[in-house]
Ligand binder design. Structure first.
Ligand code: OKP
Ligand code: ZN
Length: 334
């Protein structure tokens, strides 16, 4: 399988995150990607497709914010990574903000997504990695590709970051795939609901979003991913959420995956983008499903039964020492 990775994705390394009221070590570490990359002999470097395919998914103002936020933070006399503390959730207005703190709050939904001097560089190449993995699949030169994206993307919306995500790599690839495929499906099998991806395509009829994730009643991102969310307007019925209770193991997970895949197939998808998270693993430090490393081969095989050109994009997974094995099992099964 074609695999893509770029070292520039490793530069982004926030010091800490605010977790359950305390500063803890940043879980989305560069080591995650390093460990996964070790499982492959050779990985291709991404091409640079520039800003345009990113800017059709993300607002220009948000992209400008991401690029300048760290400098503005420094100019405000701050130390460490840039992080917000005020969020305009009530009657949001399209104000132009002056203070960096106001800008960060207006472009994020949590305080788990710090901006460092290198965040833009890493997020940019993470998006290019997804776009580069897509190319051979889209042109029919390969049936599938694996984009080792990091930072992940599925929590990022058109104009906001959150959940370790800045640019929505899967959404950027799915949108680019629309150049040649009329119907593109995104299957999100990270432990957490891909609220950013869902939001980007929520009212569209041309990109199907299906997600299996921990019930938002008990798990991050809390506010999205309930079964009742099925899309809006032209996109009604083109979003499918399959939340599972904590503790889900392989039998239940694979039954649920069968539902997601048959919905995607019935809908008539011509190309599949998989948001793959390894945080469904039993040993994941921040998640509570019960899949074992050996389960991932069967899951990969099951996804492949859809028999559509497929781009696999890396999302979460925090059991760093196990990540190479989990991704290896999934891809070999696939
Ligand atoms: C990103 B991905 C809960 C803190 C949650 C953010 C988790 C982001 C997960 N105490 N921190 O979907 O793997
Ligand atoms: Zn996750």
């Amino acid at each position: 399988m074609i695999t893509i990775f770029d070292d520039r994705q490793l530069a982004h390394a926030p010091e800490r995150e605010l977790n359950n009221g305390a500063w803890t070590a940043y879980q989305e570490s560069p080591d995650r990607a390093r460990q996964i990359a070790k499982a492959f002999d050779v990985m291709a470097q991404p091409e640079d497709f520039g800003l345009d395919p990113i800017a059709v998914v993300h607002d220009r103002a948000y992209l400008g914010f991401l690029r300048s936020a760290y400098d503005e933070w420094r100019d405000a006399g701050r130390e460490g990574d840039a992080i917000g503390y005020a969020f305009p959730i009530i009657r949001r207005r399209a104000n132009s903000h002056i203070r960096i703190d106001a800008k960060i709050g207006a472009h994020s939904f949590d305080a788990a997504t710090p901006i460092t001097a290198d965040t833009w560089e890493s997020a940019y190449w993470s998006a290019q990695t997804a776009l580069s993995g897509l190319q051979p699949v889209l042109k029919g030169e390969a049936r599938s590709a694996f984009a080792l994206c990091r930072p992940p993307g599925h929590h990022a919306g058109a104009d906001y970051m959150g959940g370790y995500c800045y640019l929505n790599n899967a959404a950027i690839a799915a949108q680019a795939a629309r150049a040649r495929a009329d119907r593109v499906a995104i299957l999100d099998i990270d432990y957490h609901h891909g609220n950013g991806t869902q939001d980007i395509f929520y009212d569209r009829s041309d990109v199907f979003f299906a997600s299996i994730h921990a019930d938002p009643a008990t798990d991050y991102p809390y506010y999205w991913g309930f079964a009742e969310e099925t899309g809006a307007g032209a996109g009604e019925g083109v979003t499918l959420n399959l939340p599972l209770a904590r503790g889900a193991e392989a039998v239940l997970y694979r039954k649920t995956l069968a539902k997601a895949l048959s919905a995607i197939s019935d809908w008539g998808a011509e190309l599949l983008v998989v948001s793959f998270g390894a945080d469904t693993f039993a040993g994941d430090p921040i998640s509570s499903f019960a899949l074992e490393t050996s389960d991932y081969a069967a899951i990969g095989r099951q996804v492949a039964e859809l028999a559509q050109p497929t781009l696999i994009v890396m999302e979460g997974g925090y059991a760093v020492g196990q990540l190479g094995a989990i991704v290896g099992e999934f891809l070999s099964g696939f």
